[in-house]
Design a protein around this ligand. Structure first.
Ligand code: GRF
Length: 212
């Protein structure tokens, strides 16, 4: 067999952001440090014109599109066209603050992954998570989950990379990072530590996805 035939094709990735884009930056840095062989950051889509994430994409010379999200179905139609036009294999939601319709997400089974700043069960289903030291903690889905973990008085939270399915924050998990909650934590500094853990987590998840 010819070498070209057995080599895996490049994984073309779209990263969707709404805010600061530090996880996008982690992917950009990993690419620059040649830690993501066979991965092309082919497109960034952002629903907020002033988001830092959009600027990070432009600085890195990645095609970047501002896609306002006023009419969801119309916006999703445009997003699906971009995915096709840029021949995207994998869609990474990295701080993407919009929920897709089931019609949209079901078009891309196992092709959309999301970073969620709390620990979600392996199966995606259920309301408890067992940490690596055997502590059972509640599962926090939706918005303000860092605040919720802090308010629950638990000692560990973290982040999950998971597949996106129509049900919000309920798709099968790909990987987790646990982060200790410290006595003096505020939501802001806890979220900052979670993001530090996420930067390695998302790079590894994309690398592993390419190897599948
Ligand atoms: C991350 O904590 C991610 O888990 C959540 O939004 C945050 C995005 O951070 N969904 P950034 O924009 O990548 O800095």
């Amino acid at each position: 067999m010819e070498v070209e035939q057995i080599e895996k094709k490049t994984l073309r990735v779209a990263v969707l952001v709404s805010g600061s884009g530090s996880n996008l930056q982690a992917l950009i840095d990993a690419r620059e440090q040649e830690q993501l062989p066979g991965v092309e950051l082919a497109l960034v889509v952002c629903n907020r014109a002033e988001a830092q994430g959009l600027q990070r994409a432009l600085n890195a010379r990645i095609p970047a599109v501002y896609l306002p999200w006023k009419q969801r179905v119309e916006a999703e139609r445009k997003l699906a066209s971009l995915i096709e036009l840029f021949q995207i294999d994998l869609i990474v939601l990295a701080g993407w603050m919009r929920i897709f319709t089931p019609e949209f997400s079901s078009q891309f089974p196992r092709r959309i992954i999301n970073l969620h700043p709390a620990l979600l069960p392996d199966s995606g289903q259920g309301n408890t998570y067992t940490t690596s030291n055997g502590t059972v903690i509640p599962v926090f889905r939706g918005l303000h989950v860092v605040e919720a973990a802090l308010a629950a008085g638990i000692s560990v939270t973290g982040s999950t990379v998971h597949y996106v399915i129509p049900e919000v924050d309920a798709g099968p998990a790909i990987s987790h990072a646990e982060v200790a909650i410290l006595p003096d934590d505020t939501a802001d500094n806890l979220h900052e530590r979670i993001k530090q853990a996420e930067h390695g987590l998302i790079v590894e998840a994309v690398r592993q996805y390419r190897l599948k």
